[in-house]
Design a protein around this ligand. Structure first.
Ligand code: HEM
Length: 468
C-alpha cells in the first residue's frame, strides 16, 4: 500500500516538474540586445527566416521593441494556425490595420460575421465555371501586348510589362473596361499605396494619416484617384444595370443566400479596390519571377517550349487547352514555391494557444511564411533548386498539406486562386509560343519586399524570337 502511494506521488511530482506541452516557449535565435530581431526584419528577413527554418524546423520566438512574435515553420503548425484552429486567430495585425487605410472593409481586411457574409456573397463570382469565362479576355490582352513586343537590343522591363498586363486584365474582368486611359493614373496610385503601406508597416512609429504631411497628402490623393474612378463606374452601373459580364456585375447582382441582401455601394467600393489590389500585383509578380527563373534555367525553358509547341502550335490557347499544359502549370507552381508573391502572413491569437507543442500567448503575433516553409529541408529536397517536376502528381503524392501554401489556406484562403492560376498559365504559354526572354547581362535582380515579393529594382530582359 505504502509502495503504491509512493509511486503515485513520484509520478505526480515528475509530471509537475516536467513542463507540460504548451508551456515550452519556441527557441529564440540570438538577437541584438534591446533591439531584439528588429534588424533582421529590416535588413534581411528572407535569408534569415529560411536559415532559421532549417535550424529550428518547427518554430522560433522573435521580438522587436514593443512586440513579440512566434514564427511557425512546420507545415503542421501552419495548418493549425490557418486552418484547424483558424477561429482562434484574428487578422488584426499591424499590417492589417495599415492595409485598411485604403482597402477599407473588403474581403482581405474584414473579419467576423461581416467577412463571412461578404465571402458568402462573393464566392459564386469566383467559381471555376464563371472564372473560365474570363479566359478570352486574358488571352486577348496578352495577344495585344505581344503584338507590341519586338525583338530588339534594348531590354524591356518585364516586371513593368506584367504589371500593365495584369492590371488591364483585372480592370477588364472586374470592371468590364480597359482603364488604358486611366490605367497609368490608377496603376501609379495603386503602386504608391502598396509601397507606402509597406513602409508604414515596417516603420516603428507611423505618423497618423490625419496629420497633413506631404506623404499623407499623397496617400489621400492616391486613394481619391482610385475612388473617383470607382464611384463614377458604380453610378453608371446603377443607372443602367445588366449586360456586363464582369466581376462587378456579379457582385452587384449577388444576394446573400441566407438573407437575400445585396451589397451597398460602400461595400462594393471596398471589394472592388480589394480585388484590384489583391488580384493584379500578386499574379504579375508570379509571372515576372517565372520569366526570371526560366532565363536562369534554359533546360526547364526548353521543356516548356516543347510542351507549348506540341499542345498549341501557334494557336491562341483556350481554357480547354489548359489540361494539355501540365508542365506549364508545374513551372508556375515551382516558381511560386521559390518566390511566393505573398511571402509572409500574420495572425493574432485571440486566446492562449499551443502550436506543435509550443506556447503561443494571447498578444503575441504569429507569423507563417510561405518563403521559409517552401524551403523547409524536411519537406523539400535540395530546396533552392528550380525543379518544376516536384509538382507532377507522382512527386506531389504524400506531400504534407501546408508544406506549400502560396495562396494561404483554411477559411481565408485566396478567393482568386483559380483565377490567378488560369491567368498565369495562359500568359506563360502565350509568351512562350513566341519569345524566349533573356536576362540583360549584368542585371542584378533581388527580391524587393513589399506586401508582395517583387523582382527589383526592375527586370530588364531581351526579347528573343523563338521561331525564325
Ligand atoms: C499569384 C497570385 C495570388 C497570390 C499568390 C495570392 C495570395 C493570397 C493569399 C496568401 C491570401 C491569404 C492571406 C491571408 O490568409 O491573410 C489571399 C487572399 C485573397 N486574395 Fe489572393 N492571391 C493571388 C491572386 C489573387 C487574385 C487574382 C484575386 C482576385 C481576382 C485575389 C483576391 C484575394 C482576396 C479577395 C483575398 C481575401 C480572401 C478572404 O480573406 O476571404 N488574389 N491571396
Amino acid at each position: 500500500m505504502f509502495v503504491d502511494e509512493a509511486r503515485t506521488f513520484a509520478r505526480k511530482m515528475s509530471r509537475s516538474l516536467r513542463p507540460t506541452v504548451g508551456e515550452r516557449e519556441a527557441p529564440m535565435p540570438p538577437g541584438d540586445g534591446v533591439l531584439g530581431h528588429a534588424r533582421v526584419f529590416r535588413d534581411d528577413p528572407l535569408n534569415t527566416f529560411a536559415r532559421w527554418c532549417a535550424t529550428y524546423k518547427t518554430a522560433a520566438s522573435l521580438r522587436v521593441p514593443g512586440a513579440n512574435f512566434v514564427m511557425v515553420f512546420h507545415p503542421d503548425g501552419v495548418r493549425h494556425v490557418l486552418q484547424t484552429n483558424a477561429k482562434a486567430y484574428s487578422k488584426q495585425t499591424r499590417g492589417f490595420e495599415k492595409m485598411r487605410l485604403f482597402l477599407g472593409n473588403g474581403l482581405v481586411t474584414s473579419e467576423g460575421d461581416f467577412w463571412k457574409r461578404q465571402r458568402r456573397i462573393a464566392a459564386p463570382a469566383f467559381h471555376r465555371h464563371r472564372i473560365e469565362g474570363f479566359a478570352a479576355t486574358m488571352t486577348r490582352a496578352t495577344n495585344d501586348m505581344l503584338a507590341r513586343w519586338h525583338p530588339s537590343d534594348e531590354p524591356i522591363d518585364v516586371d513593368r510589362a506584367m504589371m500593365t498586363l495584369t492590371m488591364r486584365i483585372a480592370s477588364e474582368t472586374l470592371l468590364g473596361k480597359d482603364l488604358s486611359g486611366e490605367a497609368d493614373v490608377v496603376g501609379d496610385a495603386l503602386s504608391f499605396l502598396t509601397l507606402n503601406t509597406n513602409a508604414r508597416i515596417i516603420r516603428l512609429v507611423d505618423v497618423p494619416l490625419a496629420w497633413p504631411t506631404p506623404e499623407n497628402r499623397r496617400f489621400l490623393h492616391a486613394v481619391k484617384t482610385i475612388d473617383d474612378v470607382l464611384w463614377k463606374l458604380l453610378a453608371e452601373r446603377r443607372a443602367s444595370p445588366g449586360g456586363h459580364h464582369d466581376l462587378l456585375e456579379m457582385l452587384l447582382e449577388a444576394r446573400d443566400e441566407e438573407t437575400g441582401e445585396a451589397m451597398t455601394d460602400a461595400q462594393l467600393r471596398d471589394e472592388a479596390v480589394t480585388i484590384f489590389a489583391a488580384g493584379h500585383e500578386t499574379t504579375s509578380n508570379a509571372l515576372s519571377w517565372t520569366f526570371y527563373l526560366l532565363a536562369k534555367h534554359p533546360e526547364v525553358a526548353a521543356k516548356l517550349y516543347a510542351e507549348v509547341d506540341r499542345a498549341l502550335g501557334d494557336r491562341t490557347p483556350t481554357v480547354a487547352d489548359l489540361a494539355a499544359l501540365p508542365y506549364t502549370k508545374c513551372v508556375v507552381q515551382e516558381s511560386m514555391r521559390l518566390y511566393p508573391p505573398a511571402w509572409i502572413i500574420g495572425r493574432f491569437p485571440l486566446e492562449d494557444d499551443e502550436v506543435c507543442g509550443y506556447r503561443v500567448s494571447k498578444g503575441t503575433q504569429v507569423l507563417v511564411s510561405p518563403w521559409a516553409t517552401h524551403r523547409h529541408p524536411d519537406f523539400w529536397s535540395d530546396p533552392e533548386a528550380f525543379d518544376p517536376e516536384r509538382f507532377t502528381p507522382a512527386r506531389s503524392e504524400g506531400r504534407a498539406p501546408f508544406a506549400y501554401f502560396p495562396f494561404g489556406g483554411g477559411p481565408r484562403v485566396c478567393i482568386g486562386n483559380q483565377f490567378a492560376m488560369m491567368e498565369a498559365q495562359l500568359i506563360l504559354a502565350q509568351v512562350s509560343q513566341r519569345f524566349r526572354l533573356e536576362l540583360s547581362p549584368g542585371a542584378r535582380v533581388v527580391p524587393e519586399r513589399g506586401i508582395t515579393l517583387r523582382p527589383g529594382p526592375s527586370l530588364p530582359m531581351h526579347l528573343r524570337p523563338r521561331h525564325g
